[in-house]
Ligand binder design. Structure first.
Ligand SMILES: Nc1nc2c(ncn2[C@@H]2O[C@H](COP(=O)(O)OP(=O)(O)OP(=O)(O)O)[C@@H](O)[C@H]2O)c(=O)[nH]1
Length: 381
């Protein structure tokens, strides 16, 4: 009997122990799976196996790939750029170098020959008045000096062209202040944004620090374009939302320039036709607002050389609205009318300070009359 009781007790104990072991397992299985981790959330510690504190081995964490640092370019030095880019003037070289010099080298320089010379200069956009003066002086000097050799005639023509470009004008950019402010203005498509990018490179090549202001809030791609130019040389850009008030973007850019201590702030403005009064008023407002920080040091008018004499009327209106201090003549590589440089300066009384000779980042050269004329009529032109 005692054995029977002992057997029943033992069976009961074993049964209870079995249930005790089973329940936690069932409970554990009933726990719903953890919700999927949001991407990027830190990994939670692995559940302890059997409640005895064994942590799952740490998975080696893969280091996120660091973005490649932007490559900052070193722009080509500006000294001698015009000489290096002289080949870009090949279309104008055909008129001045080959055309004019071949007429000048004729055995007899009669009235017809001089008329041909005049026509060539007018055709190259030198302008009627300037052409009259250049040819008049050249004629006198040829007569007085009795000059006949091609080398002498070339030298005389060059001297007259350089003189017409007034080599005494100050063509330097007023940069390097605290900061200096440069505004870039002009009609649509003349090359303002591209020129801003290229000027930033010119300045950086010459050791300046530059911040760009994208006050062309009208054309969405303009700010993007400017940001790309700036990124290539490590310059900062201040930009506003599309359609933002350009004056306020320009104001913010100068403020940022002051705060960050750059020596030059370069402001790109939207293209506008000179006969749209509202847009021209907007431009003078941009300038007025920027001037709350201090005077604008340079207002550069960007003119497309291929628009020829039409560009002169645009230029005249711009000079009335904002005080233009320098002209940038773009796309000289795409025209045979390089004489426009003479006409622009003569009509406006404002120096051409830079010339655009291509779409490449360093295809903008400080303008030097002697080097320009030499490129047009030089020995290997
Ligand atoms: N061949 C040549 N093309 C140039 C030169 N300068 C600018 N361009 C080109 O002219 C075109 C217009 O240039 P942008 O800088 O966009 O002109 P924009 O004046 O800012 O244009 P808007 O903002 O619409 O007024 C682009 O295709 C430039 O690459 C130059 O010196 N030579």
């Amino acid at each position: 009997m005692e054995y029977v009781i002992l057997g029943i007790v033992l069976a009961g104990v074993l049964l209870l122990a079995g249930v005790g072991l089973l329940v936690p397992r069932i409970r554990r299985r009933a726990v719903p799976p953890a919700p999927p981790r949001p991407t990027g959330a830190p990994e939670e510690p692995a559940e302890e196996a059997g409640g005895v504190g064994i942590l799952a081995p740490e998975r080696p964490t893969e280091a996120p790939e660091a973005p490649a640092p932007p490559t900052i370019e070193t722009p080509a030095p500006t000294a001698g750029r015009l000489v290096r880019l002289r080949g870009r003037l090949s279309r104008s070289q055909n008129v001045f170098g080959k055309g004019l010099l071949s007429v000048l080298s004729r055995d007899r320089l009669d009235d017809d020959a001089w008329e041909e010379i005049e026509d060539s200069l007018i055709g190259a956009d030198v302008g009627v008045e300037a052409t009259g003066e250049i040819v008049g002086r050249l004629r006198d000097r040829v007569k007085v000096l009795g000059t006949r050799t091609p080398a002498e005639l070339r030298a005389l023509l060059s001297a007259e062209l350089v003189e017409a470009l007034d080599p005494t004008l100050d063509r330097s950019l007023k940069v390097g202040g605290k900061p200096s402010v440069l505004m870039v203005v002009g009609v649509n498509g003349s090359g303002k944004t591209t020129t801003c990018g290229k000027i930033a490179r010119v300045l950086i090549a010459d050791g300046h620090t530059v911040l760009l202001g994208a006050a062309d809030t009208f054309r969405a791609a303009a700010a993007e374009q400017l940001t790309t130019w700036a990124g290539r040389v490590g310059a900062e850009v201040v930009r506003g939302a599309e359609g933002a008030d350009p004056a306020s973007v320009a104001f913010d850019a100068v403020k940022k320039g002051v705060d960050t201590g750059v020596d030059t702030v370069l402001i790109d403005t939207a293209g506008r036709l000179q006969n749209k009064v509202g847009l021209m008023d907007e431009l003078s407002k941009v300038k007025r607002v920027v001037e709350k920080h201090g005077p604008v040091d340079e207002t550069l008018l960007v003119l497309d050389a291929t628009t020829g004499q039409n560009g002169l009327e645009q230029a005249r209106v711009f000079t009335e609205v904002v005080d233009v201090t320098g002209v940038v003549l773009t796309k000289l590589d795409g025209t045979a009318k390089g004489g426009i440089v003479i006409a622009v300066q003569r009509k406006l009384g404002i120096p051409v300070k830079l010339v655009g000779l291509g779409e490449g980042p360093d295809d903008l050269a400080p303008f030097e009359p002697a080097a320009f004329v030499d490129a047009l009529v030089g020995t290997d032109a």
